[in-house]
Design a protein around this ligand. Structure first.
Ligand code: AMP
Length: 197
């Protein structure tokens, strides 16, 4: 099962990817998580990405495509994977197509989590509060200013991907406003269609 979850920041991509990854025994590939790990470790990629991420901008296509190309080649991806936060631009989508074609692989579905923009700010604020309450460190980009930039980046760069994948016959849209378990059920329904195809 090779799946992409699409949606704006705060739509629930991370939450749903984790649940589905666990259920189906396939890895969740989050470029955001990988980049945050690189920033923390102070690697050359992390040093390049740090300021851009904190401001809510997009890291270069070259960097993230390189990260995903390496990750998809690892043995745990042989049975499939869930891409969470990648691709985020049309050139990234084209690079992913080329990468998969070179491995004789194909995407099964692209699931769009459709949400009302007005709730994104409160979801991000809640995530920051919950992280603090649990004694964790709040993401550098979980604040109002960075969120505005992230939303702009989403609408300018990422939202065209819904048209791209619709045209490829891969797009399924689910209601991301529903409670977490309902969203999971909707995604499971989409995956069931793939498995029964
Ligand atoms: P996320 O955890 O998916 O919200 O990603 C956090 C941040 O990492 C984004 O705001 C970007 O700065 C960067 N990032 C993650 N994935 C990508 C990507 N595919 N392309 C460019 N930047 C990315």
């Amino acid at each position: 099962m090779k799946l992409i979850l699409l949606g704006p920041p705060g739509a629930g991509k991370g939450t749903q990817s984790q649940i589905i990854a666990e259920k189906h025994g396939i890895p969740q590939l989050s470029t955001g998580d990988m980049l945050r790990a690189a920033v923390k470790a102070g690697t050359p990629v992390g040093l390049k990405a740090k300021e851009i991420m904190a401001a809510g901008g997009l890291v270069s296509d070259e960097i993230v495509v390189g990260i995903i190309a390496d990750r998809i080649s690892e043995p745990d991806c042989a049975r499939g994977f869930i891409l969470d936060g990648f691709p985020r631009t049309l050139p990234q989508a084209a690079a992913l197509d080329a990468l998969l074609t070179s491995k004789s692989l194909k995407l099964d579905r692209v699931v769009e989590l459709k949400v009302d923009d007005t709730i994104l700010v409160s979801r991000i604020e809640t995530r920051a509060k919950e992280t603090l309450a649990a004694g964790g460190t709040v993401r550098a980009d979980d604040n109002a200013d960075a969120l505005k930039t992230r939303l702009m980046a989403y609408y300018r760069e990422t939202s065209p991907l819904t048209g791209y994948y619709f045209a490829h016959g891969l797009l399924k849209t689910v209601d991301g406003m529903a409670p977490i378990a309902d969203v999971t059920r909707q995604i499971d329904g989409v995956l069931g269609e793939v498995q029964n195809a």
